[in-house]
Design a protein around this ligand. Structure first.
Ligand SMILES: [Zn+2]
Length: 276
């Protein structure tokens, strides 16, 4: 364990630290080392900082968890994603638009909303991907491992039952990530998917052409676009202008794929680091 503060308090303190907060303390030390400090994690370190759920032995199913903001590919592929649904207000409209434009997307579904609104997606998810956005849209960075695990697991089961799809990607609500977000994802063989461009609805609510231009101009091969199919009414500016954005991107040669297809395209590229 090296020269940690715990050593000064004897074996019992070390054992307690290993049992209750070993991984958190270790993570604290690793972070601390980078800022030239050898102190153990402070007592205020939340349980949600634990990146390993027990004293061990433990390993995630695949040995690692990936976090993807965007994908490195030279192909003009883009993944359109929608969070927080399904909800009666705009989810059907989004599906109508995607059907009309023949576009594939990825929906990061909230489990309990999916159960309540299963009819909204019935027969409509065939070409789309279902991602996991937790059971109750909880901020996983505030939960311990078991709580975070339950949030992902319960949503996974609902998605499987209702859409028939096996979700593989977790988008943590609010984009917040704690250690237990990673350990829960790893326990269920999930990877994390964030985004590289989000619809700036608040900024452009009164100026749809600027929003369209912002999205179409900034999208590059491998971009993951974030939109929401429910929530604050300002989000409608993005949804109502989806057809124009889709056509704008297509006219630049972009093809819409699911997140999994995008990641697969990236994996096919030798060397995964972008020069830019
Ligand atoms: Zn969300």
């Amino acid at each position: 364990m090296g020269e940690t503060g715990a050593d000064q308090h004897g074996r019992r303190a070390i054992l307690r630290a290993v049992t209750l907060g070993g991984a958190g303390a270790a993570a604290g030390l690793a972070a601390g080392a980078a800022i030239d400090s050898a102190e153990a994690a402070p007592p205020s370190t939340p349980r949600s900082a634990l990146a390993a759920p027990s004293a061990g032995p433990w390993r995630p199913v695949g040995g690692h968890v990936d976090v993807t903001w965007a994908v490195n590919t030279s192909q003009k592929l883009v993944a359109l994603t929608f969070d927080d649904g399904p909800m009666p207000n705009w989810t059907p409209m989004v599906h109508d638009i995607l059907d009309e434009e023949k576009v594939k997307a990825t929906f990061f579904l909230v489990g309990q909303r999916l159960v309540r609104n299963a009819r909204l997606v019935h027969g409509r998810m065939d070409r789309h991907e279902a991602g996991n956005h937790t059971w109750a849209h909880r901020d996983l960075s505030h939960l311990d491992h078991q709580e975070a695990l339950a949030q992902v697991q319960r949503a996974h089961a609902a998605i499987k039952t209702i859409t028939g799809k096996e979700a593989r990607h977790l988008r943590p609500p609010f984009g917040n990530i704690g250690g237990t977000t990673l350990s829960a994802a790893g326990s269920l063989d999930y990877n994390l998917v964030l985004w590289s461009i989000k619809m700036l609805e608040k900024t452009f609510e009164k100026d749809p052409p600027k929003l369209i231009d912002y999205v179409v101009t900034n999208t590059v091969p491998g971009t993951i676009l974030l939109a929401h199919d429910t929530g604050n009414p300002d989000r409608l500016v993005a949804l109502r202008n989806l057809p124009t954005m889709i056509r704008g991107l297509r006219s630049k040669g972009f093809e819409f794929v699911t997140v999994s297809e995008l990641i697969e395209a990236g994996a096919a590229v030798p060397g995964t680091r972008s020069a830019s």
